[in-house]
Design a protein around this ligand. Structure first.
Ligand code: MRU
Length: 366
């Protein structure tokens, strides 16, 4: 087993607990210092883990919700489908209130719901097994989707690879293994490069620290350095200097929801990186599993943006408050990058460019 595979084996972001009675996750609020797994048995524990970002990243939230629904369904005591479905739907509606932006949450909940309704002729006992299987499928599919995205991203890296020095890659937030079932989306090209025989030192990945919750510093640099990839962390406001110095050949970021016109919501600060990339002529790619594309949302203006506790900005990482008492802090969790700033959207079905609505259609996405 390669070092990276060994790492993936050790760091499985979300899985079903061995006894099937809980969702088992790495508590990402404790990383990078402590790698601790926790079990989520109740809907309240699942909701809290998503809300507090113990598990986070759009696809990982989707997988957690899917396994969560299977576990919760298994706890239902009912003799008829109607009674079973009423309780199932109440759990679904509750989990759906945990975070608003990542569409994968709703996508996974809806898929589990469909699976439940399409199997209404089964006994509750049989239905419970079918729901476990469906959640497992969602997880497996996520792994395959990441691999496809990674292969397309790797081709882009091969084209942009400079002579005589490692390719410089910038990423924002964490769209890595910790945000998905295995390879990540923005990190998938890097992991596919390792699989294809690149050395970790053939890439130099610059991770935006990603204020205020530090997903880049705490999570992306953790997983990439563990995979043996040369990794540097910089504060978000240092990205411009790196691009000006010509250190960045390509930017890969993830996304939480892509609108039908290609506008893409991702971690707060992403749109600023895209604006800088345009200024300095650096190709800027959004890596998007099709479950992240929301065709019901016409443009980025309609994407709901989660607002979080101001204390995350002023207090969370400090011994004492870093803004005067009484001063408010602005804390949106995501922003929307205008589609015109995006060089291409890498989906598992292919690379979309130009007119994104047309390009998605051409790729068979709807
Ligand atoms: O608030 P988070 O940490 O859940 O935000 C995560 C991101 O913005 C990721 O880039 C996105 O979900 C894509 S993960 C493949």
């Amino acid at each position: 087993m390669s070092d990276v595979e060994e790492f993936f084996d050790r760091v499985i972001t979300v899985k079903l607990a061995e006894d099937g009675q809980a969702v088992n996750i790495i508590d990402q609020t404790l990383l990078p210092g402590t790698v601790k797994r926790i079990n989520l048995h109740t809907k309240e524990e699942m909701w809290e883990a998503i809300k507090k970002l113990r598990v986070r990243g759009a696809p990982a939230i989707g997988v957690t919700a899917a396994y969560g629904m299977a576990v919760l369904a298994n706890q239902i005591e009912a003799t008829t489908f109607d009674d079973f479905y009423r309780q199932f739907k109440a759990c679904k509606d509750y989990l759906a209130t945990s975070r608003p932006t990542a569409v994968n949450l709703f996508w996974a909940l809806d898929r589990m719901d469909r699976c439940c309704q399409e199997n209404s002729d089964l006994t509750p006992y049989q239905l419970k097994q079918v729901l476990y299987d469906e959640a497992g499928l969602i997880r497996e599919e996520d792994v395959a989707i990441s691999r496809n995205i990674g292969q397309i991203g790797l081709k882009i890296m091969e084209k942009l690879r400079p002579e005589g020095r490692p390719i410089g890659i910038m990423t924002h937030c964490n769209a890595g293994t910790l945000a998905t079932a295995k390879y990540g989306t923005a990190t998938a090209p890097m992991y596919m490069a390792l699989e294809a025989g690149w050395a970790g030192a053939d890439m130099h990945v610059y991770c935006d620290e990603t204020r205020p919750l530090l997903q880049g510093a705490r999570l992306t640099s953790f997983e990439l350095s563990n995979a043996g990839i040369t990794t540097t962390v910089q504060c978000d406001n240092m990205a411009s200097m790196l691009m000006k110095q010509g250190k960045i050949d390509v930017i890969f970021v993830g996304c939480d929801r892509v609108a039908a016109n290609g506008d893409a919501a991702n971690k707060i600060g992403t749109s600023g990186v895209a604006i800088l990339a345009k200024h300095y002529g650096v190709p800027f790619y959004v890596c998007a599993p099709s479950s992240t594309i929301d065709f019901a949302t016409p443009t980025g203006d309609q994407i709901p943006i989660e607002m979080r506790d101001p204390d995350e900005v002023t207090e969370m990482w400090y011994k004492e408050r870093m803004a005067p008492e009484g001063v408010d802090a602005f804390n949106p969790a995501f922003d929307v990058t205008d589609h015109e700033l995006i060089t291409g959207i890498i989906t598992e079905k292919g690379l979309a460019q130009g007119n994104y609505a047309k390009a998605f259609k051409k790729l068979g996405l709807k």
